[in-house]
Design a protein around this ligand. Structure first.
Ligand code: HEC
Ligand code: HEC
Length: 314
């Protein structure tokens, strides 16, 4: 009897782990009640995302670092912003960031809305004050008009509305229909035999303990010191000793395109990143063969890129 109960538990555990590890990426992310998505708002957000006039020099836009041609990253170890200064961290992709439960490597912003004004003001990113940003936007009649259309009210060009529009645009950057999603939907031929072996290893080794759910992250924070890093991570947000060197679990969607890897961009090759993860997080060495198979699986997480026509700015 005891045995059957145990087996039943094991089965339920296995099934639930399986279920959480194998969710399709939905086409529509969670949308907050106070920032509904309209096509006008998304279009305005896209314009702002591509507009370098949000920066103090007029030279740096969100898209400078989150470049659509590089899967919304910059392919640099550390981000280069205001006056080409290197920031302290690697640029993560904004693809599927709408599914994240917190933003930034250390999770210091809860939502995309909260995140969006950070880079505008960061000295090493766009180095602009919100007052100046609003003043410049108001001086461009086409923007004043669009803000009015989208948000209404007497004084619609505000930092809050700017953030809302950019967040609405970011929520359209979803990469559905990857080979892995097609495989999950029953298309056995969508991924190679090696990728299937890699998927099995990924689960059996325990990568899915942290990289699970539709976006392959459980949103948790874990201690990791990647090569060359002295970054205190989550500790800088909470001040808890316990949070030293902890970082948010990264999404693995489109990971084949978002190199170099880790919070300091110190690792260029995906199979090296896999080996480091296996050693650091699971305490086991992955062989070259295993790393190659897992890498083959990770490549199947590259989805269809959202179509983003570069806006013509006023
Ligand atoms: C100079 C390069 C640069 C610019 C410009 C920039 N970003 Fe970023 N972005 C980064 C870096 C670096 C991080 C990670 C910073 C950290 O975790 O401390 C980041 C993080 C993010 C994240 C969080 C993603 C995640 O996985 O947690 C979002 C969303 C984002 N940026 C959107 C924007 C928007 C919107 C703009 C324009 C208003 C912008 N970024 C401008 C480099 C840049
Ligand atoms: C205990 C939780 C945990 C486990 C288990 C885990 N990871 Fe991670 N993973 C993380 C965290 C946290 C990060 C972000 C690290 C950083 O700050 O650079 C990450 C980052 C990554 C990255 C780099 C992503 C990027 O864009 O820079 C890859 C690739 C990766 N993990 C693959 C794996 C593989 C493969 C396994 C299994 C062998 C695994 N992970 C197991 C927590 C985990």
């Amino acid at each position: 009897m005891k045995r059957t109960v145990l087996t039943a538990f094991a089965l339920i555990f296995a099934l639930s782990a399986e279920a959480s590890a194998t969710e399709l990426l939905p086409a529509v992310p969670p949308i907050p009640a106070d920032n509904t998505m309209t096509s006008e708002k998304v279009e305005l957000g896209k314009m702002l995302f591509f507009d370098p006039r949000l920066s103090s020099t007029g030279a740096v836009s969100c898209a400078s670092c989150h470049n659509p041609a590089f899967a919304f990253t910059d392919r640099l170890p550390l981000a280069l912003g205001h006056k080409h200064q290197a920031g302290p961290r690697n640029t993560p992709t904004v693809l599927n960031s709408a599914f994240l439960t917190s933003q930034f490597w250390d999770g210091r912003a809860a939502t995309l809305e909260e995140q969006a004004l950070g880079p505008v003001q960061a000295e090493v990113e766009m180095n602009e004050t919100l007052e100046n940003m609003v003043r410049k936007l108001k001086a461009i009649p086409a923007y004043a008009e669009r803000f009015k259309q989208v948000f209404g009210g007497k004084d619609p060009v505000t930092p809050e509305n700017t953030a809302k529009a950019m967040a609405a645009f970011e929520r359209t950057l979803i990469t559905t229909n990857s080979p892995f999603d097609r495989f999950l939907m029953g298309d056995e031929g969508a991924i190679s035999a090696d990728a299937k072996k890699g998927w099995e290893l990924f689960r059996n080794k325990g990568c899915t303990a942290c990289h699970n759910g539709p976006n392959f992250t459980n949103g948790g924070f874990f201690r990791i010191q990647v090569p060359g890093s002295t970054d205190l991570g989550r500790f800088e947000v909470t001040g808890n000793e316990d949070d030293k060197y902890k970082f948010r679990v990264q999404t693995l969607r489109n990971v084949a395109l978002t190199y170099p890897y880790f919070n300091n961009g110190s690792v260029a090759s995906l199979s090296d990143a896999v080996k480091i993860m296996s050693r650091e997080m699971l305490g086991v060495q992955a062989t070259d063969k295993e790393a190659a198979l897992i890498t083959e699986f990770l490549r199947t997480l590259t989805g269809e890129m959202p179509r983003v026509d570069v806006p013509v700015l006023p």
